[in-house]
Design a protein around this ligand. Sequence first.
Ligand code: ADP
Ligand code: MG
Length: 316
Amino acid sequence: MGERTVTTFPLMGTLATLCVPGAVDEAVTLAVARTLRDLERRLTVNGPPAARAGSQVEAINVAAGDRAVEVDPEVYGLVRTAVLASREYRTSFNALIGPVVKAWRIGFADARVPDDAEIERLLALTDPCDVELDDGRCSVHLGRPGMRLDLGAIAKGYAADRAADVYREHGVDNGLIDLGGNVVAMGSAEEGAPWRVGVQSPGAGRGTVLGSLALRDASAVTSGVYERVLEVDGRRYHHMLDPLTGRPFDTDLAGVTIVCASSMTADLWATIAQCGGLAVGVAAVEAQPGVEAVFVTHSGEVVTTAGCRPLFTLSA
Ligand code: ADP
Ligand code: MG
C-alpha cells in the first residue's frame, strides 16, 4: 500500500477521518473540513448554548409554537427531506423525536430514564404533520410549543455526501470519508482495488470487525444499539428511539449496516431498518431499490440482502 493522506478531527459528536491515496493539496483537505464544520454549526441541536448559537435548526426549535423561521436553501432542503421522510416512515424514522431525545440525553453525561408520564406528554409533540414547510420562503414552522427537530439520524450522511462533492470539485475522485461509522468510499483505493470497509462486531470492542464490504463509489452507514448507551439498574438503553413508544428500539437486532450510493439515504435507512427486528428490516430493505444491508442480531446471526452478498466477506 502506497502513501495515504489521513486527517482526523472531532465532528458532530464523533471523529471524522479523511483518507486519500497518495498526496493531496492541503488546501483541498481544509476545504472539505471547513464544509463539514460549517454544516455542523448550522445543523447542531446539541452542546452548550454557545455551540447552538449558529444553528439554524435550533432557531427553528426556539420558535416552535410561535412563528416560521427562514433558513438557508441548503438547510431547508435537508429539513424538508427529513420531515417528508418522517411523515412516510413515521413508526421508525421521525426527526420530530427531538423532545424525547432531549429527555433521555443518551450519549451525554446527564443521561437518565424519563418516566412514563413524561414520555407520554412529549410524544404528543412529535407529529411530523404539525410542521409547516414553505418551499418559496425556505421557512419552517413547528406548530406547537415544545416541538424540536433533531437531524441526528440523517445529518452525518448528508455531510459525508457534501464532503465527497467538495473533493470531486477539486479533482480528487478517490478517497475514504468516515464520519464515525458513516462512510463514503469515493472511487477506489490503490490500483483500482475497491475500498474495504469493516462492519463492526456488536458487543465486541470498537475496532473488532465481523466482516468487510468491498465498496466503490458507495456509502456504508452503520447504526447499532451498542453505540451510545446508558446503563441504569443493570438495564442498557441505547440512543435510537422507537417513535411509537419513546423508548429505545427493543428487537432481535444488534446492528444494521446500509449500503447505498447516497450516504444520506444510507443514514436514513440505518434507522428505518432497526424498527421491527430482523425479518421486518430485511423485507423493508429488499423492497427498496438501491438500498442494501447487512443485519446482525444479538445472537450473532448475520443476514445480508441479495445485492450485498457479492460485496460482503465474513471475517475468518
Ligand atoms: P449515530 O450515527 O450518532 O449513532 P444515528 O444515525 O444512529 O446516529 O441516529 C441517532 C440519532 O438520531 C439520535 O442520537 C437522535 O438524535 C436521533 N434519533 C433517535 N431516534 C430516532 C428516530 N427514530 N428517528 C429519527 N431520529 C432519531
Ligand atoms: Mg443514522
